[in-house]
Design a protein around this ligand. Structure first.
Ligand code: SAM
Length: 280
């Protein structure tokens, strides 16, 4: 026993019950916190200045010296910022993460949203907007892709799946801590668009333009992607400067939303930066 941290071995402990309750969106909304699993993710959160309220790790790490040292170093940073550290049994970790083979490190982290007036062109003049995205895996994958392509942020429009759901956070592979997230209702977005200094490029199966034929250079780009089932509604399609189609072959009638976002995002950045894969 290290004695350095608070130990919990009972799954009925009230603190553990509170953490488990974060599996439900209503509790995440209420506490404005969420759960991230794994040493890398929680370390990313700390490095990027996110507020880690509680760091939880498995007692069985005691046997893994190098890993335990890294967890101790992380715990020191969390403690300095006023967070709690819990050393728990594997059974407790399993109940928290709902996994038989849980990650040995879990963080409870304060949610962060970018205020709407900060949704403006940043370093790369490129945002990705998602209309009513439903699937947490798609959302997490898109946040990861946005990070990889160098987007300034991801804007969620209307009723969307929770970006801080455990499945979404997992799919981001840590990018949730690098990419600003904002949320607007449809009416707010339509209003906001009037002051966007660049172009809005929507994607649509009835798109009029081949996605490679659009000029994405010299102006900030807001890429707008439609809902998985319904695509872009007319109100959104109408305000787009271009409606792009990714030409398809074969029998599929559409691409998966996250894949379509990836195809568009890298095409936009290729034009804007003339990215050719070469590095100095
Ligand atoms: N049934 C939906 C429809 O009719 O639009 C399919 C939606 S698709 C699964 C989800 C989103 O991915 C679309 O709204 C669009 O933004 C994008 N998308 C998928 N395939 C596309 C393509 N070939 N060209 C342009 N956008 C595409």
């Amino acid at each position: 026993m290290s004695g350095k941290y608070k130990e919990i071995t009972s799954t009925a402990n009230p603190v553990i019950k509170q953490i488990r309750a974060l599996a439900l969106k209503k509790n995440r909304d209420l506490n404005q916190t969420f759960m991230a699993e794994g040493l890398k993710l929680v370390s990313d959160a700390v490095e990027k200045g996110w507020d880690v309220k509680t760091l939880i790790f498995g007692k069985s790490l005691d046997g893994e010296k190098e890993l335990k040292q890294r967890v101790d170093a992380l715990a020191a940073k969390v403690l300095v910022k006023g967070g709690d550290i819990l050393e728990v049994s594997n059974k407790v970790l399993s109940t928290i993460t709902k996994r038989d083979n849980p990650q040995m490190v879990v963080g409870v982290i304060r949610q962060k949203w970018l205020p709407n007036d900060q949704v403006k062109p940043g370093r790369n003049g490129f945002w990705i907007a998602l209309d009513r995205v439903r699937d947490p895996g798609n959302l997490g994958t898109i946040i990861r892709t946005a990070d990889a392509v160098g987007a300034d942020g991801v804007l969620l429009i209307g009723q969307v799946t929770d970006a801080f759901a455990i499945e979404a956070v997992r799919a981001t592979m840590g990018s949730i801590f690098h990419i600003p997230l904002a949320h607007m209702e449809l009416a707010q977005f339509l209003q906001w668009k009037q002051n966007w200094p660049g172009i809005v490029v929507g994607t649509h199966l009835n798109g009029a333009v081949d996605h490679r034929a659009i000029d994405y250079q010299n102006k900030p780009v807001m890429l707008l992607m439609g809902n998985e089932q319904q695509g872009l509604p007319d109100e959104l399609a109408e305000i787009c400067d271009h409606l792009a189609l990714i030409a398809m072959d074969g029998a599929a009638d559409s691409l998966n939303l996250a894949i379509a976002t990836g195809v568009m995002a890298f095409e936009i950045r290729r034009h804007a930066l003339k990215l050719d894969g070469a590095h100095d």
